[in-house]
Structures are given as structure tokens and as C-alpha cells.
Design a binder for this molecule. Structure first.
Ligand code: 13P
Length: 252
């Protein structure tokens, strides 16, 4: 059985005082919850706060993650952050190919694939994001868009998909309050798993997360779907109490 993963994506939010308050509230809420077994949990924070959050999370069962990484090992890439820097700071995961990076930083499928490949050569878990826009969904292109984004990554990784985590994040559901219905989410997740099955016999072991306006109210319904193995949560992960409610909805 696949263990669920609940990952927060803070995007460009946080401050040193916000971060320490968040961890304090999380610690209290998790101990009030009294769950013996938690799902896997992670919070992906802005790079300047990786060090502070790494230290704060020492006393908390939440892993540290980053929001992006360079495909290059080091050198003249102003503003970029390398995998070895993330390892140095204790990051256990990294989001790659978020739709905001594809849209605002023009990251191509090839760039995303190169970042995933570089990450797979380390111990860091890549959480690679795929999703269609509203227009693409309305014109019936959801599966072809997802298949093309997925193919770019699977082509460079085959046959080794071990540790790959996929996040299905319909662009129209991100930060809009419009969540995919359980039927829409399950349909795409099952499609992604079927595509992966054609490439690897381990497709049933790979986690596929849902992201897009997941919150404390709708998490349980989404997380109970057969092919939804967790969530990648933006806005609701900034509210510590809500993030803990989502963790609780995942069970184990
Ligand atoms: P929201 O949960 O704010 O819609 O963001 C989802 C997301 O983009 C997570 O990566």
C-alpha cells in the first residue's frame, strides 16, 4: 500500500517570525491530534528560510522541502540554488516544474525533465508537477497535455522511476478556490498511473499527489480516492491548524 504524502508549498510567503510561530502551532496541534502514525509530511519553503526551517523542524515530524532547484551542479548561474546546497541544508524533497514556474519563468518540459533527472541522482525526492489549463480542459485536451508533460520526464528517467513523486495540479484549480471534483481528480490520477504502467512495472508504488485549492474541508474526499496518494497544498498549508487538519484527513 502507498503511504500518503501531505506536502505544503508555501510559495513566496513566510518570514522568520511567521515561520517559528507556524512550527509552534504545528507542534501543539500535532500533539493534540495524538495520531500514533502520521502520513509522510513535508513543507516546501522559500530558499532563504531553508536553514531556519531545517533547525525548527528538528523537533517536528515534518520533513523540509524546497520549491525549485537548478539542473546544474554549480557555477555561474546567478540566483540559482543547487542540489548540493539543498542537501547541505537538510532538504529531503523539492518541487519541480510547478505551473507558476512554467508560466512565469518559462520553464519548458525539457528543463523540468533535466531538473528531475539531476535530482534523481541525489537522495532528494523530486515532486514533479503536471496540469492542464482551463482552456485545455474545456477543449478536451487534458489527457494529451498531461501525457506530453509526463513523457518529457519519463523519457529521460526510464527505466528508473524509484522515488519519483508526481503532483497533478490543474492550473485552473490553483489558488482559485475551484477544486477538481473527486471524479475529475481520480480520472486524471488513474490516467497518469496507466501512462506510468506502460513505462515501469513499479507504477503501483509511485505516489501521485493532488494539488489545487485542497483545504481542510475537501481534503478527506480527495484523499480517499484510490489513485490519490496525498496532497500538495498551497494557501491552506500557511494556516498551521488547517495543514494539521489535512494531515489528519490523510490517516496513514
Ligand atoms: P493552492 O492550494 O493555494 O490552490 O495551491 C496549490 C499549489 O499550487 C500547490 O503547489
Amino acid at each position: 500500500m502507498r503511504k500518503k504524502l501531505i506536502a505544503g508549498n508555501w510559495k513566496m510567503n513566510g518570514s522568520q517570525s511567521f515561520n517559528s510561530d507556524w512550527v509552534k502551532v504545528i507542534q501543539g496541534a500535532l500533539s493534540d491530534l495524538g495520531m500514533k502514525h502520521l502520513p509522510d509530511t513535508m513543507v516546501c519553503v522559500p530558499s532563504p528560510y531553508l536553514s531556519q526551517m531545517g533547525a525548527l523542524l528538528q523537533s517536528c515530524p515534518i520533513a523540509l522541502g524546497a520549491q525549485d532547484v537548478s539542473a546544474h551542479p554549480k557555477g555561474a548561474y546567478t540566483g540559482e540554488v543547487s542540489l548540493s546546497m539543498l542537501e547541505d541544508l537538510g532538504a529531503e524533497g523539492v518541487i519541480i516544474g510547478h505551473s507558476e514556474r512554467r508560466a512565469y519563468h518559462f520553464e519548458s518540459d525539457l528543463t523540468v525533465a533535466q531538473k528531475v533527472k539531476a535530482t534523481m541522482a541525489t537522495k532528494i525526492t523530486p515532486i514533479v508537477c503536471f496540469g492542464e489549463t482551463q482552456e485545455q480542459r474545456q477543449s478536451g485536451q487534458t489527457q494529451s497535455v498531461i501525457a506530453a508533460q509526463l513523457k518529457a520526464v519519463t523519457d529521460v528517467l526510464a527505466p528508473d522511476f524509484d522515488r519519483l513523486v508526481i503532483a497533478y495540479e490543474p492550473v485552473w484549480a490553483i489558488g482559485t478556490g475551484l477544486t477538481a471534483t473527486p471524479e475529475q481528480a481520480q480520472e486524471v490520477h488513474a490516467f497518469i498511473r496507466a501512462q506510468l504502467s506502460a513505462k515501469t512495472c513499479h507504477a503501483n508504488a509511485l505516489k501521485i499527489l493532488y494539488g489545487g485549492s485542497m483545504n481542510a474541508q475537501n481534503a478527506a474526499a480527495l484523499l480517499s480516492l484510490p489513485d490519490v496518494d496525498g496532497g500538495l497544498i498551497g494557501g491552506a498549508s500557511l494556516v498551521a491548524q488547517d495543514f494539521v487538519k489535512i494531515i489528519a484527513s490523510a490517516g496513514v
